[in-house]
Design a protein around this ligand. Structure first.
Ligand code: NG1
Ligand code: ZN
Length: 531
């Protein structure tokens, strides 16, 4: 059959060259780029099958390893609504990625049968990639996989991960926007400009923003956006990939958050706020350097609380307080942020397992759900009920209510609801700082972070550790949690947990305490207990 030819082609063009077992984890498949070509090809096949199971709706494929260094790469699938691949398919993806070339044909046939795909339907797959030099070759392998099963690939070239999610969503739901990079700019940047007309710059806010682009795709796209801004925001862009700057190396959101150090390649002016993006543009943290060269970090928790406080204000002004606002965090959220949200903002918080799909899912249970990982990955999701109610108020409310509801509508347009998005989040943050007329020091004053430390420990088998209670406690190996409890009890305001990473072969240790010295010591002690 013609499929025979397809599998023969796979063996020749994208042969499986490694026997290392590879697993579809929190962020898809991620490893050294040279081990990935056959995996990406096979995900092209799977994307076609997935598209047919979804009645021909478009599926996304993103080639990226996010905040990892240049030699890594990865691939993940995006579901029709722009969400992460449904969890039950992760196992299927893993199976297909690991079979031998000889078994590829029979395994593909088994999967088609198992998921009941009608292979006579059309199939459409959108493919995007980050700036890694290995990405074009992998994107080509993805396309070949799609074509092999007679699907239609559309390559978007270099885009941020959230742009691809956005385009997939728009392609399947044209009320959300136009499924192109230009359509993305029109919607998100358009909403930002619109809001700036209504909320002119005032108070302590100023329009100068420095950006650390991590030498990845996010900075490059902001450089395009910069040209269309008319003084609404004065972007100074650094780490755009030129001048020998290496992707994510000593720069970018993950480096800044984990090392608690400012990135290289950025010119530092005391008290100037800087936004730091990650390599594929789905994470953002803010920071500034003070007059004594200390770096002060405003992380994902800080962004989440800013969003929650502003949305609460607007809902009040719009007299739409019957809409339930909620916030979702993970165990990595700073304890001080959780306290501030519950006690000061009086917004309900839920804590879920690490991984955006868990946060996203939990956020959907609120009328308006804000979710953020401490590392800067997050967004806001609005239910149909919320959108309708706000829309009605924007038309029929009292003048003050109407004004607030119209701002909320712009706010919704500025949000990439499909997934955490550094560019969209940047515009949301800048809008709120401007609306509140505050500078970065005033933003910091809302609460004081507990000093904290993150460590990685390499162990023989990271999966020997299992966890419960949103990863805050471990259930195995036996005795470890008791030991951690003992250690933690000797620290003032101490909190610590360990969990196996879903993206690296390490165990992560997190600790917070009343001083940085104590947090560092606590993390080190717990790391020794794990080892
Ligand atoms: P792991 O490696 O499972 O800790 C990391 C991040 C997650 C998430 C994923 C996907 C931390 C502590 N963990 O997961 O939040 O962003 O990568 O990129 O930041
Ligand atoms: Zn990322």
């Amino acid at each position: 059959s013609s499929l025979r030819v397809v599998y023969a082609f796979a063996r020749e063009m994208h042969p499986k060259t490694s026997d290392v077992f590879i697993q579809y984890g929190t962020a898809g498949f991620r490893t050294k780029a040279n081990l990935l070509e056959h995996v990406v090809y096979r995900m092209g096949l799977l994307a076609v099958i997935r598209s047919r199971v979804k009645n021909g709706r478009t599926i996304g494929m993103m080639i990226t390893a996010s905040h990892n260094l240049e030699p890594d790469n990865g691939v993940k699938l995006v579901d029709p609504d722009g969400e992460m691949l449904e969890q039950s398919w992760e196992e299927i993806a893993t199976r297909l990625a690991n079979v031998s070339d000889n078994d590829l044909e029979s395994t593909t046939a088994e999967i088609i049968k198992q998921v009941n795909a009608d292979m006579s339907l059309k199939a459409s797959v959108f493919i995007g990639m980050d700036t890694r030099y290995t990405s074009p070759r992998l994107a080509a392998a993805a396309s070949n996989g799609v074509i092999a099963l007679k699907g239609t690939p559309k390559e978007f070239g270099i885009v941020t991960t959230p742009m691809l999610h956005y385009c997939v969503k728009c392609r399947n739901d044209n009320t959300y926007g136009t499924p192109t990079e230009e359509g993305y700019y029109e919607k998100i940047v358009g909403a930002f400009k619109n809001i700036r007309q209504k909320l002119p710059v005032y108070g302590e806010y100023n329009t100068t923003l420095y950006v650390d682009g991590a030498n990845g795709v996010g900075g490059k796209k902001l450089n395009i956006i910069k040209k269309s801004l008319d003084g609404e925001l004065d972007l100074h862009l650094y780490n755009l990939g030129g001048n020998g700057g290496k992707l994510n190396l000593n720069c970018g959101a993950d480096f800044v958050k984990v090392s608690q150090k400012p990135p290289v390649g950025v010119e530092h002016v005391p008290f100037q706020r800087v936004a730091s993006l990650d390599g594929d543009g789905d994470r953002i943290v803010y920071y500034y350097v003070d007059d004594k060269d200390n770096m002060i970090l405003l992380d994902g928790d800080r962004i989440a609380t800013l969003l929650a406080s502003y949305v609460t204000e607007l809902l009040k002004s719009a007299d739409a307080t019957d809409l339930k606002l909620g916030l979702v965090q993970t165990a990595y959220a700073n304890g001080a942020s959780t306290r501030y949200i519950t006690e000061e903002l009086k917004v309900p918080v839920s804590c879920v397992k690490t991984g955006v799909k868990h946060l996203h899912h939990a956020a959907l249970s609120f009328d308006i759900g804000i979710y953020f990982e401490a590392n800067g990955h997050g967004t806001v999701v609005y239910s149909e009920k919320a959108k309708k109610a706000i829309n009605n108020i924007s038309k029929d409310g009292e003048p003050e209510q109407r004004k607030a509801a119209q701002l909320l509508l712009n706010f919704i347009d500025m949000t990439n609801e499909t997934v955490g998005d550094a560019i969209s989040d940047l515009f949301l943050v800048e809008t709120i700082l401007c609306a509140k007329g505050i500078n970065v020091k005033q933003w910091l004053q809302t609460y004081t972070d507990l000093p904290n430390r993150q460590l990685k420990v390499t162990v023989k088998d990271r999966n020997a550790i299992s966890t419960t209670d949103a990863e805050r406690r471990c259930t195995s190996p036996e005795g470890l949690q008791t030991r951690i409890d003992e250690i933690v009890s000797t620290y003032k305001s101490g909190r610590s947990f360990v969990r196996p990473s879903g993206t690296e072969d390490v165990v992560r240790v997190y600790a917070e305490a009343d001083t940085q010295e104590s947090a560092d010591k606590l993390a080190a002690e717990v790391a020794r207990a794990v080892f």
